[in-house]
Structure formats: structure tokens, C-alpha cells
Design a protein around this ligand. Structure first.
Ligand SMILES: Cc1cc2nc3c(=O)[nH]c(=O)nc-3n(C[C@H](O)[C@H](O)[C@H](O)COP(=O)(O)OP(=O)(O)OC[C@H]3O[C@@H](n4cnc5c(N)ncnc54)[C@H](O)[C@@H]3O)c2cc1C
Length: 244
């Protein structure tokens, strides 16, 4: 773990550069959660990312057909490898290939890091609200906060169908994240969707609220925050669209 005083967040990433296509060698493949894959990539000529940024992965078929999709970075900037977490969507063009076919040693084409708005600056208080795999950029923020010794700045709420399906469940629970499950009861809490009363204890004026997940989740969570009186300028939303 990097010592807090040695961390300089954003060093060398001014202007959120994306650069051109680079090669990434797959260094690790894990499947800690059903129907998902965690990829650890050794990216050539890598540029440090900010927590919340993403990479684009491009696949090319033998006939030259290409498909590209965006994937948030889960790792902290100090990690020597770039970690992605991909949920396998039924019939998904790219996610099925990454989840079912990719092996250690494979070489992927990637471009990034990308995004200058959905990023945490490492010094401001933030409320992070995720639906399912939308938690991935928040894992990078949490890991960064740990490296900075500033986990006190982050409040995390996650909605997922079952705890078994939650990516990075152990890290998130250890960090005190609120985990709401829609398909199973947890403790005294019955199965159910994230509600305004879940967010009330987590919201404090001065926070930036980051929301990430499917379009429907992002829409619902954004409405909850607005209902709590959070100003639109304090809400940042990233949607994981079907062809994002
Ligand atoms: C900034 C950003 C960050 C992201 N980060 C992540 C991340 O960290 N992890 C992650 O898992 N995802 C992430 N995504 C989503 C990701 O980019 C892809 O959208 C996702 O992996 C699906 O791609 P796919 O090619 O597998 O599916 P697609 O081929 O795009 O299909 C998606 C779904 O739509 C269905 N579908 C496709 N076409 C049709 C059609 N014509 N009619 C009806 N249904 C259809 C498919 O069956 C499938 O279930 C991110 C997206 C963005 C924009």
C-alpha cells in the first residue's frame, strides 16, 4: 500500500488525456462474481488515471470487423496494472468475449484513460451511489482514498440483486458501504430497492454525489437525490448503456 504522504493524485494526468490505441497484455483473469470477469491488464506506455475514469476496449474480428466498449477502471492510480470488471450481458457482443474467451497472455487493444468529469479529486467529500456493476469506478475511488488515508471523505451506497452478485463485496462492506439487495433480505432489511431514507444518513451538504449504473438505475437514483434537495450541479451521473 502506498503511504498517504507519497500519493500525488493526478500527477501526469492533467487534461484527462486519452491518447491513441495501446496494447494491453492480460496479466490476470478472475471470476469472483457469477457472470462477470475481472481483468488485470499490463498497459503499454500507460498514463496514470484518475479514479472514475474509464478505458475503451476494442475487439477486431479476423474479417476486420471491430467493436469497442467502455469499461471503468477499478484499480487505484498507484496499482501497476489496470483492473477492469466486466459484467457479462446475455448476447452482449463485447462483454461475452471478455468474460468467456479472454485468457492470461492475450493482447487487447485499449484507449485511455478517458473522462475528466466523473472523477474524484481525492480531497472533496463525496457520496457514491451505485447500481450493480456501476460500483466499479467507486472501487477505484475507494482504493485511492485508502492510499491517501482519506476514506472518511467517501460515503457509499450500493444496490444489487443479491450480495453474491456484488462486485468487490468484501472491500465495500469493510469500508462501511450500505448494501441494499433487491432480491434477497439481509438481516432485518427485506428485499427492496434503494430508497430516499437509505440516502438521508449518508448525504451531507458539501458532498458531490456520484451515481453510476444502468440507465434506469441512474435515473431513479438521480431522482432520489433531487428529492433530498441535492442541487443538480452537485450530482454527476455515469450510465452504463447497452452499447456504451
Ligand atoms: C463510461 C462507461 C463505463 C462503463 N464501465 C463498465 C464497467 O466497468 N463494467 C461493465 O460491465 N460495463 C461497463 N460499461 C458498459 C459497457 O461499455 C458495455 O455497454 C457493456 O459491457 C455491454 O456491451 P456488450 O457489447 O457486451 O453488449 P451489447 O452487444 O452492446 O448489448 C448489450 C445488451 O443489449 C442487448 N441488445 C443488443 N442489441 C439489442 C437490440 N437491438 N435490441 C434489444 N436488445 C439488444 C444484448 O442482448 C445485451 O444484453 C460502461 C459504459 C460506459 C459508457
Amino acid at each position: 500500500m502506498t503511504e498517504p504522504e507519497s500519493v500525488v493524485l493526478g500527477a501526469g494526468v492533467a487534461g484527462a488525456p486519452s491518447g491513441g490505441w495501446r496494447t494491453a497484455t492480460v496479466a490476470g483473469v478472475r471470476r469472483p462474481v457469477p457472470r462477470s470477469v475481472q481483468l488485470r491488464l499490463d498497459v503499454a506506455d500507460r498514463v496514470d488515471h484518475l479514479p472514475g475514469q474509464h478505458y475503451v476496449v476494442r475487439l477486431t474480428a479476423p474479417d476486420g470487423y471491430t467493436a469497442q466498449r467502455s469499461y471503468s477502471v477499478a484499480s487505484a492510480p498507484g496499482d501497476p496494472l489496470v483492473e477492469l470488471f466486466v459484467e457479462r450481458l446475455p448476447d452482449g457482443e463485447v462483454s461475452t468475449h471478455l468474460a468467456d474467451v479472454v485468457e492470461p497472455g492475450d493482447v487487447l487493444e485499449v484507449r485511455g484513460p478517458i473522462g475528466g468529469w466523473f472523477v474524484w479529486d481525492g480531497v472533496s467529500p463525496a457520496l457514491l451511489v451505485a447500481g450493480g456493476s456501476g460500483v466499479v469506478p467507486f472501487v477505484s475511488m475507494l482504493r485511492t482514498a485508502r492510499a491517501l488515508g482519506r476514506t472518511d471523505l467517501l460515503r457509499i451506497a450500493v444496490s444489487v440483486r443479491t450480495l453474491e452478485e456484488l462486485p468487490y463485496a468484501g472491500e465495500l462492506v469493510d469500508a462501511g458501504a450500505l448494501v441494499v439487495t433487491t432480491r434477497e433480505s439481509r438481516g432485518i432489511r427485506p428485499a427492496g430497492r434503494l430508497a430516499a431514507e437509505d440516502l438521508v444518513p449518508l448525504w451531507e451538504p458539501g458532498q458531490t454525489a456520484f451515481v453510476c449504473g444502468s440507465a434506469s438505475f441512474a435515473d431513479a437514483a438521480g431522482r432520489l437525490l433531487l428529492g433530498l434537495g441535492v442541487a443538480p450541479r452537485d450530482i454527476r451521473i455515469e450510465q452504463f448503456g447497452p452499447t456504451g
